[in-house]
Design a protein around this ligand. Structure first.
Ligand code: SF4
Length: 327
């Protein structure tokens, strides 16, 4: 069952004006369409500035799209700051990258986990205390840690506290924006495993936004790869990581560290990282694309179905053989 559907959403910001030049608008998100089913995980990957975080904020209704639409549980998102919007926000929560920034340093962890319950008027004081104790246990935090303040916890414990707070209202959707990027690798694995366990137990859907393809591969059923505001490849995670079609996806996947022998050499992209304020004409990836043809500099490829059914935006998608990269 479709839980969340973004239909051709775009978001344009006014650009900064240089010393002599005119401000150029920045298309942070450009005609992005995504579908997330209940209980499933859609990974959204790409380099910094590709529009993945803005897409997540649009999905939650924290930012309005300039065009296109967002539907959650079959209905359009209500206008912000209305009672209907608050009710719906209880069912869709955001997990931030930086847990220290997401938590209030002056309040105890337990008080912050209880906060969404108070905001949404859920339960009595005693009910909330019981619920907080359960949530602490669900995310693997000892009961006494609830009495501490955020700076008294480790990074991993803080991210667990953020997650407990996000789960307080029993959401059906979590938008996780780089949820483990600030953590050590060993703690990352623990938090990722906990997210997977919670998803299995509660049937939560996740929009998992990250630049880390290794983590995205571990958690996602479907993956959308973004480049300069657009989706360039989308499909089942197994298929996309084993045989990426788009040259950008091939480069990203080739850079994932693998323990065994690699089946294909790492593809190192030439040129500068993408600048959303200076989007190249035609295929935005063409200045860095190792297989670009003349047409790529002037004609933007549409996102269309490749031979195996996945979506790819590349003029060569019909002829380009998928690359077997993943070990
Ligand atoms: Fe490369 Fe051209 Fe395909 Fe863009 S459309 S990814 S430049 S081959």
């Amino acid at each position: 069952m479709t839980l969340l559907a973004l239909d051709r959403v775009s978001r344009v910001y006014a650009g900064h004006r240089g010393l002599f030049g005119r401000a150029r608008p920045v298309r942070a998100v450009d005609e992005v369409s995504l579908v997330l089913d209940a209980g499933r995980t859609l990974g959204v990957v790409g380099e910094s500035g590709c529009g993945k975080s803005t897409t997540g904020r649009i999905a939650l209704g924290l930012e309005p799209p300039d065009s296109g639409s967002v539907r959650f549980e079959g209905a359009a998102l209500p206008p912000p700051n209305t009672a209907a919007w608050r009710r719906q926000r209880a069912r869709m929560q955001l997990v931030f990258q930086d847990p220290l920034a997401a938590l209030d340093r002056r309040l105890t962890v337990a008080a912050q986990i209880a906060e969404p319950l108070a905001i949404h008027g859920i339960g009595s004081g005693a009910d909330r205390a019981e619920r907080v104790a359960q949530l602490l246990a669900d995310v693997g935090l000892r009961p006494d840690l609830g009495r501490r303040h955020p700076h008294e916890l480790s990074g991993g414990q803080r991210q667990r506290a953020v997650l407990a707070r996000a789960l307080a209202t029993d959401p059906v959707l979590l938008v996780c924006d780089e949820p483990v990027s600030a953590l050590d690798v060993s703690i990352q694995a623990q938090v990722v495993n906990m997210l997977l366990d919670l998803q299995a137990a509660r049937g939560i859907a996740m929009l998992f936004i990250s630049h880390d393809l290794k983590v995205v591969r571990q958690v996602s059923h479907e993956v959308a790869v973004m480049y300069l505001g657009r989706v360039v490849e989308q499909g089942p995670a197994d298929m996309l990581f084993a045989e990426p079609v788009h040259p950008y996806t091939q480069a990203l996947v080739s850079a994932i560290p693998t323990p065994g022998p690699r089946r294909a050499a790492r593809i190192v992209l030439a040129g500068d990282p993408p600048n959303p304020a200076a989007r190249p004409p035609g295929c935005a990836f063409h200045p860095r694309c190792p297989v670009a043809i003349a047409r790529c500099a002037s004609e933007t490829p549409a996102l269309g179905h490749a031979q195996d059914g996945r979506l790819v935006a590349c003029h060569l998608a019909a002829t380009q053989a998928p690359t077997g990269i993943a070990a």
